[in-house]
Design a protein around this ligand. Sequence first.
Ligand SMILES: *[C@@H]1O[C@H](CO)[C@@H](O)[C@H](O)[C@H]1NC(C)=O
Ligand SMILES: *[C@@H]1O[C@H](CO)[C@@H](O)[C@H](O)[C@H]1NC(C)=O
Ligand SMILES: *[C@@H]1O[C@H](CO)[C@@H](O)[C@H](O)[C@H]1NC(C)=O
Length: 257
Amino acid sequence: MKFLLIIFFSIIFVNVEAQRRIINGTTIKPSDAPYQAVLLYPNVSVAWCGGSFLSEKFVISAAHCTFGREHSKFKISGGGYWFEPYSTKFNVEKIVNHEKYNDSMTYNDITIFILKTIKNFPERITFVKLVKKNYEPKNGELMMITGYGKTEKLLDNNKVLKRAFVPIYNHQKCVKDYNRILIAGEVTKNMICAGYEKGEIDSCFGDSGGPLLHADTKELVGITSWGGICGGRYQPGVYTKVSKYINWIEDVMTKTF
Ligand SMILES: *[C@@H]1O[C@H](CO)[C@@H](O)[C@H](O)[C@H]1NC(C)=O
Ligand SMILES: *[C@@H]1O[C@H](CO)[C@@H](O)[C@H](O)[C@H]1NC(C)=O
Ligand SMILES: *[C@@H]1O[C@H](CO)[C@@H](O)[C@H](O)[C@H]1NC(C)=O
């Protein structure tokens, strides 16, 4: 089971990392998601993962996007299409992965990029607000995901930003549904599932590391982490549950100046 799991993760989530994508979403402009960050790696031509700006200095994303990778090889793009010269490309001072990130199980899949300071931080970039510590998602509550992804052709860069709306999936059902799938991971209480039972009707998820925002409050509820087949039946997207990590995030943001 774990062996299969590892193979599954290495194939789906490492080698084809940048293919985590919004399925059946709508195309939007970068200014419609001004908090969206793009992790460029190993060079500025590759949109590797998504993220969200927390402040001028911090970008939050998923640890599986950064685990075992050198911070100096990343650039973070914001404020426009990542492939256009007018988007701002930040250098990275440091990456803080969660100390308990488990690469084979994708536990604690959360990371914070500390950006090198620049002189004129672009006004086009806005910051996401974190959800409250005691926030508990309700079944069916609507969330919003965004990301640059790939087209149907796996190795084709898709230079389009997509958005989709997905409802919170019943947690116990999500645990059970993933238990039934042989080569999938374990859904823990530090994760949130969102999507439709039918899958195909709507989306899977945005680029890994990208935001799951509450559709009304626009607070950051989750970080795109893993899933089964995108858009697959009974395989909703699985997100890191941000409310469980508020202390950790605040610690990183206050202690690492
Ligand atoms: C960027 O990285 C990709 C993937 O490793 C590679 O194919 C491409 O040639 C690189 N581009 C540059 C400009 O180094
Ligand atoms: C990851 O979690 C699994 C399952 O709990 C555990 O067996 C394994 O030792 C963990 N790996 C690390 C590196 O902590
Ligand atoms: C996208 O939606 C269409 C029609 O609703 C559906 O047939 C298709 O399978 C969906 N795509 C994916 C990848 O789920």
